[in-house]
Design a protein around this ligand. Structure first.
Ligand SMILES: NC(=O)c1ccc[n+]([C@@H]2O[C@H](COP(=O)([O-])OP(=O)(O)OC[C@H]3O[C@@H](n4cnc5c(N)ncnc54)[C@H](OP(=O)(O)O)[C@@H]3O)[C@@H](O)[C@H]2O)c1
Length: 234
């Protein structure tokens, strides 16, 4: 079994996920990049070249076989999993009119995929001395914010993140007697392929909320929704 903590970041081939892997790796944590096809391998090679103990596993979060293979991968290669960052996500396309197809596509990745990956890895996380789950949400998932009139016109994306927030609360309560902490992170509006070039934050800055939640001390919060240490309204 590895002596070092092991973190798994889904959707870490680029953008925020890749940077979260880098920042966790810089703290001496072994990082595993979940990437579609063989994209994760190239991303892990880049981090290895920076001196980070980086690995890759194939993960399309909507692919049941990829998800089913995850526990065996971690058991065989590391004997442990300490941190799960559920980062893989799609949308929003503000120009796309809402449709059932768009809702289905968005939910498959942002919600059902996240649920499946977490459910598969919970038995391993429960064995960790300090299990942490970070669900990459968005302020667009805040129903309170939307009710105050601040919602953008992307209901499929927004509601997928609101549902993700519900899973955060659900798991935090289910796991309250374990060492696992489960929190939702809003990264800010970040310059990635998803966030667009007009976004306010650079990627390294946007990654910090998820990284901080992944590294929470034992007396840190669980079942919360945060941006840079501040609690957000559900
Ligand atoms: N950027 C922002 O302003 C912002 C704001 C709030 C929340 N977020 C959230 O932060 C997370 C990361 O976003 P980002 O801005 O870094 O986006 P990004 O640059 O588009 O990266 C998304 C990552 O998710 C992966 N991915 C997408 N669908 C997947 C699937 N079905 N299975 C496995 N991997 C999948 C992509 O893989 P490929 O390389 O294969 O496409 C990529 O690695 C998302 O959950 C997003 O909702 C972002």
């Amino acid at each position: 079994m590895s002596d070092k903590r092991v973190a798994f970041i889904t959707g870490a081939t680029k953008g925020l996920g890749f940077e979260i892997a880098r920042q966790l790796g810089q703290k001496g944590i072994t990082v595993v990049i979940g990437g579609r096809g063989d994209k994760g391998t190239a991303a892990a090679e880049k981090l290895k070249a920076e001196g980070i103990d980086a690995h890759a596993v194939t993960l399309e979060v909507t692919n049941a076989a990829d998800v089913a293979a995850l526990p065996g991968y971690f058991e065989t290669n590391f004997g442990r999993l300490d941190i799960l960052v559920n980062n893989a996500g799609i949308g929003p396309d503000f120009s796309a009119p809402p449709s059932l197809a768009l809702f289905r596509e968005t939910y498959e990745t942002n919600l059902f995929g996240l649920y499946a990956v977490t459910d598969a890895l919970l038995p391993l996380l429960k064995k960790s001395p300090a299990g942490r789950i970070v669900n990459h949400s968005s302020i667009l998932g805040s129903i309170a914010n939307a009710a105050a009139g601040h919602a953008s016109p992307s209901p499929a994306y927004n509601s997928s993140k609101a549902a993700l927030n519900m899973l955060t609360v659900y798991w935090a309560q289910q796991l309250k007697d374990t060492k696992i902490k489960v929190n939702s992170a809003h990264p800010g509006w970040v310059k990635t392929d998803l966030g667009g070039s007009g976004a306010m934050l650079e990627i390294p800055d946007g990654a910090t909320t998820a990284v901080d939640l992944a590294l929470l001390p034992d007396d840190g919060p669980t079942g919360g929704y945060f941006h840079k240490g501040k609690t957000l309204p559900w």
